[in-house]
Design a protein around this ligand. Sequence first.
Ligand code: ADP
Ligand code: MG
Length: 261
Amino acid sequence: MIEVEQVHKRIGSRDILQDISFTWRENRMYGIIGPNGAGKSTLLSLLSGVEPYQSGRIRLRGRPIEQYGRKELARWLAVLQQEALPKAAFTVREIVAMGRYPFQNWLGQEEEDAEELVDRALELVGLHGMESRRLNQLSGGERQRVALAKVIVQQPQLILLDEPTTYLDIGYQVQLLDTVRRLQKNEGLTVAAVLHDLNLAAQYCDELIVLQDGKIAASGTPEEVLTADLIRSVYGADPIVLRHPEHGVPQVLLRRGKDLE
Ligand code: ADP
Ligand code: MG
């Protein structure tokens, strides 16, 4: 699905990403974790084809990403960015329908029945009955679900999510990631999500990539990656790593400073 080989990204004289290589397969959910400024969002931008890079190669389905046209890319990969929804007072339904833009001809018409796709997406994210609400009448959690519905109507093969849960309370975090994971499994999609919460990353992702200072510090299954040593060296925190009592994945407990004992 995606092959990244020795990718290097420089902005000005700074190396933002160095020596990035990995392969992502279909029907998997990947997590990208790492401290602030590690290069996670930049990596997603490269993978979505909107940012150039200096050297290396990114291939989507065996073809270099540069060879894809804008619309062609948008037909099979979708990005859910932080705070990326239009600010104006569109309705929920109008915004979700905007996800169909890459499929329209120059008259704004499309062959498939978009209305049905929009209905199904609203249903999937649990926004049915709220479609005539305006964005400014929604909570943060609802807005994030609108963004996800807009991604769903694109019927992408690959979904890239940049911190999709950051401003949500724990109930909405789980609800959003449940929806994403279900969609990923049911449709056999590839999903890559930048996640800050290591415990959620361990529960939802098949594999993780850890970025630190623009380099891959570790990658593999959550079991392989989320060790106390790794977390100490990447985040400078000294955690306790336990197993989840129900499904055994690693879970991280933080410790307050020793002087506060
Ligand atoms: P993350 O998402 O992991 O927090 P980013 O990918 O946003 O990190 O940024 C990685 C580094 O690149 C940061 O140090 C950031 O300041 C820098 N950076 C990102 N975009 C630009 C830009 N357009 N110009 C200069 N520096 C940038
Ligand atoms: Mg970021």
